[in-house]
Structure formats: C-alpha cells, structure tokens
Design a protein around this ligand. Structure first.
Ligand code: PMV
Length: 323
C-alpha cells in the first residue's frame, strides 16, 4: 500500500446516456459515445492511513461525506484483501456539479489512484467497469479521445464497459464550454434519470432510437465526417432533453443563456463555421468545433447575454497515474 495520485479528464457525450437497465449496478439502458477533454480534469490522491478511524474525503479542500467514494474504496479494498481506511483528496480545475461531468473525471481518477494505492494490477476494462459503478459516464473517462460505452447484456454488468474508438490526435477537435451558471444544478443526473424513466412517455422512444444514433456517430467519427457528427450529436442532445421535458413534472435544465448559445451555434454553422452544440444535465453549453475554429466560437459565445465564462480545450488522454 502506498499513496497514489491520478488524473482524469471530464468527458462530453455526443450520443447521450440517459437511463439505466439496472440502477443497482448502474448499468446503462443504451450505449453512448463521448469525447474526453484535455483541459477539464480531476486530480485525486488516495492515501491509505491505518491511523484513520474511517475514510475521509476532501473535494477542493472541503470535507464531504465519503458516500459513493467510500463505497468505491470498499470495492478496491475487497479486491486487494485490505481493510485500511484512506484519505482521499480530489481537486477539479472547473466548477463542480454544474453539468460539466465532474463525477465522470472524479470516479475515473479515484479508481485509477485507488487501484495503484492498493497495488492492484487491473486492466483498463476492469477500471472502466469499476468507474461505472460510481457514475455511468465515468466508465468513458478511463479512455482518451473518442470513446464508446457499451450497454452490455450480461446481468452482472461485466460487459458494460467503455472502449476507445479513435485517438485524440487522430481528429483534434476543439471544445468550447460556455458557463451560463456557476452554482450546482437543481436535480442531479441520478435522480433526473430515474424521474424521466418513471414518468416520461418519451423515455421508451428515447431508448429505442439510441442504437441508430450510435451507428451514425461511429461511422461519422471513422470517416471524420464533421457534418454527420454535428447532425447526430445535436439530435441526441435535443432528444434527451425532450425526454426530460416530457417527465412529470418536466425537468428544465436550460436557462435563457443556454438557449441563446444554441441559436448562436446554429447561426455560426449556417454561416459555414464547423461547430455544433451539446448540452448535458445542466445549463452549460459545449460547442464542439473543427480544428482551428475554437477562437471564433469563443468570441461569439462570450457575447451571448448571461454567459459568465467561456473556456476552450481540446481532446485529451484517458485516466492515468501522476508520478
Ligand atoms: O454519469 P452520470 O450519472 O453523471 O450521467 C451522465 C448523464 C449525461 O451527462 C447527461 C449524459 C452523458 O452521457 O454523459
């Protein structure tokens, strides 16, 4: 056992994951495709410490209840045949809990650091499956570049893991994030998904149509066909939000600035700029751009009323140890 640090990038789904086939094992109802980001990352240090009475978890320096972090450590300890409590220090270089996928980078970094701390030799597949137990989207942050998550079919969930589709440098798209609100979101993705599954008449249609979107997106990525990727990604994001809006009561994650950014992105694309939008369970807008278009998109999104901050980043590597 020793102290270990790992980093992982946030990821943004282009074909979204929304809904579970098994809530206990956190198994997705359908697959998803994402891009892992270079600039939005979590760094996590796991320190096994026999003098601690129980696990302690600090997020950006503030102590939190260990909750799902403790549950993940329990799994790693069981695999290693250990019982030592740990201190976990995790830092995000972006706003937490506001729809910027902090749970994805967080659990991917935790699993990677924890496995090292307990000297577990586990494959990326296995780390992806473990990260999924913390947060469905975290399974994808184990890998870099373009990543696909499989829904799997097995009851034990062992085939519900992610795999890489294309390396980050093979198609170095740029990603602009427009922050339209810095506080935490009202309804977390776990509760929002359950509520949509239970009450939205559009949920079955959403699940039924994901496979076709995955096929379209996969082909677009392999062919580096930006127009096709733009079309299917915006469709997937809007369709996911349609299923949320049709829940009872409806989940409205957008604010006026979110909508202003969506229109601005569409206007840019009509004008010939290679850019499309996507929005997760929060009000932030992510604009995915062809290489070289990022700065132009930043200028336009910065000018939208209600936009607090704009960041630009690229595609990055999967989760890894930090020496
Ligand atoms: O991994 P979770 O439970 O935070 O869910 C993520 C859900 C979305 O971000 C809205 C979509 C996705 O595929 O990342």
């Amino acid at each position: 056992m020793n102290q270990a640090t790992a980093r992982a990038g946030a990821n943004i789904a282009l074909v979204k994951y929304w809904g579970k086939r098994d809530p206990q094992l956190n198994l997705p109802a359908a697959g998803s495709i994402s891009i892992t980001l270079a600039g939005l990352e979590t760094r996590t240090t796991v320190t096994p410490d026999p003098t601690l009475g129980s696990d302690r978890f600090f997020l950006d320096g503030v102590e939190q209840s260990p909750g799902r972090v403790g549950a993940m450590l329990d799994l790693l300890r069981e695999m290693a045949g250990e019982t030592t409590p740990c201190r976990v220090d995790s830092c995000n270089n972006f706003p937490t809990g506001a729809g910027l996928a902090s749970s994805a980078s967080g659990f991917a970094a935790l699993v990677t650091a924890g496995a090292r701390a307990f000297e577990l030799e586990i494959s990326e597949d296995r780390r992806s499956g473990l990260a999924r137990l913390g947060s469905g989207s975290a399974a994808r942050s184990i890998f870099g570049g373009f990543v696909e998550m499989d829904a799997g079919e097995l009851e034990d969930g062992s085939d519900a893991v992610a795999h890489p589709l294309l390396a980050a440098d093979a198609w170095p798209l740029e990603v602009v994030v427009a922050v339209t609100e810095s506080s935490s979101k009202a309804v977390g993705s776990r509760d929002g998904m359950n509520h949509t599954m239970q009450t939205s008449p559009y949920y079955p249609a959403w699940v039924e149509t994901v496979a076709a979107d995955l096929e379209t997106a996969r082909a677009a990525i392999v062919a580096r066909d930006f127009e096709a990727l733009a079309e299917v990604s915006e469709h997937s994001a809007l369709k996911m939000h349609a299923s949320m809006l049709a829940a009872r009561p409806g989940l409205v994650y957008w604010n006026p600035a979110t909508l202003a950014c969506l229109h601005a992105v569409r206007a840019l694309r009509s004008g010939g700029v290679g850019v499309f939008f996507t929005v997760d369970a929060g009000p932030q807008v992510k604009a995915v751009c062809l290489p070289g278009e990022g700065e132009r998109v930043v200028d336009v999104l910065r000018g939208q009323p209600g936009v607090h901050d704009v960041m630009v980043t690229g595609l990055g590597a999967g989760a890894g140890a930090v020496a």
